[in-house]
Design a protein around this ligand. Structure first.
Ligand SMILES: Cc1cc2ncn([C@H]3O[C@H](COP(=O)(O)O)[C@@H](O)[C@H]3O)c2cc1C
Ligand SMILES: O=C(O)c1cccnc1
Length: 338
């Protein structure tokens, strides 16, 4: 199926040609991700992956690592932004601890999974963030989550993340995998001031300079040196979900860094991806451009947790509804005048 096939289908519906404007472009993209003229956005699922980052001790975030655990606890009570938006848009949510550093959750609800690979990464400022084996373990957790969602019928998948410090590995991966210099790849994350941004920029530049020579020879090991557990899990989630024919709706800068990893290690994953929005993080545009993706929204959002993808989700519902539920012009007895 080609773009032209989807356009021909849209043009045969009971409406003037092109009258739904950009919604028709979104419909084409959605249909192509599932290779069908009647793509589905339901059932769907958002999986939030949580992890901590050793580099927070090196001063890359405005927030301490303990906030990751606090937000995990908040998500478990159903009162985080991600819970609110997921509920608003009827998207079942799961939460997976793949590398949080704090105490383990006890007596968790069924939507939580403890799949902790380690108690946070080592600092990418001082050496490898994780080993190749740890990367593969986290990737596998994400792949299992995609399998479980698709086995339950999900046609559309969103990955979200919670991990104080994770815009630093996201920037390092963007620099490593797009060639963007460190300065335009590094932003304020969850509210870093100018001094933190300067320190973060130096740490990202140094880490990438240290590991980049290994990229061609040991791609997985090089990525592992600057990744985070939640990012590795999101990459495995995307690679498996895309391979099994689900639509992948991307969130912001951190999720897109995972998408870059997925595409590098499982080429072709990008065919399943739709970019929900462009984050306020300055490197996001370059990361999306590397993947050839146009964001649906550009609203200055910079939260993560899958929030931008969840806000964009109704646009895909609208595109699917048009493709699936609108009558053909010939079926109502009319002829084209346009
Ligand atoms: C209360 C709170 C809730 C969040 N939800 C997502 N993030 C987002 O901000 C963090 C990344 O920014 P940085 O790299 O600057 O630390 C991640 O946890 C990300 O999910 C949050 C951050 C905070 C503080
Ligand atoms: O765009 C993102 O993914 C993002 C931006 C700021 C903080 N956390 C995540």
């Amino acid at each position: 199926m080609t773009d032209a096939d989807v356009r021909a289908h849209l043009d045969a519906l009971a409406k003037p040609r092109g009258s739904l404007g950009r919604l028709e472009d979104i419909a084409v993209r959605l249909a192509r991700t599932q290779d069908r003229l009647d793509p589905r956005t339901r059932p769907r699922r958002i999986v939030l992956f949580a992890g901590d980052h050793g580099c927070v001790a090196d001063g890359v975030s405005a927030w301490p690592s303990a906030v990751t655990g606090m937000m995990v606890a908040t998500i478990l009570t159903g009162r985080a932004t991600s819970n609110a938006l997921a509920a608003a848009h009827e998207c079942p949510l799961r939460l997976v601890d793949v590398g949080v550093a704090g105490p383990r959750i006890e007596h968790a609800p069924a939507f939580f999974r403890d799949a902790r690979v380690a108690d946070g990464t080592a600092s990418l400022a001082r050496g490898a963030a994780m080993t190749a084996a740890q990367f593969e373990a986290a990737w596998q957790v994400g792949a299992e989550e995609a399998d479980a969602a698709i086995d339950d019928g999900a046609a559309l998948l969103i990955a979200g993340e919670m991990g104080i410090g994770n815009t630093t590995p996201a920037a390092a991966l963007t620099v490593l995998l797009t060639g963007l210099p460190a300065a335009p790849a590094v932003g304020r994350g969850a509210g870093a001031d100018a001094a933190i941004v300067a320190n973060k920029t130096r740490i990202v530049a140094d880490a990438v300079a240290r590991v980049a020579p290994g990229l061609a020879g040991d791609t997985l090991g090089t990525i592992a040196a600057v990744v985070g557990y939640e990012i590795a899990a999101m990459a495995g989630f995307f690679a498996r979900g895309g391979a099994r024919g689900a639509t992948l709706l991307l969130d912001g800068y951190v999720a897109t860094a995972a998408a870059l990893v997925a595409e590098r290690l499982a080429p072709g994953s990008v065919r399943a991806m739709i970019a929900g929005h462009r984050s306020a993080e300055p490197g996001h545009a370059a990361a999306l451009a590397q993947l050839g993706l146009e964001p649906l929204l550009d609203w200055g959002m910079r939260l993560g947790e899958g929030s931008g993808a969840l806000v964009a989700l109704p646009l895909l519902d609208a595109a699917a509804a048009v493709l699936c539920d609108v009558a053909r012009l010939d079926a109502i007895g009319a002829e084209r005048a346009d």
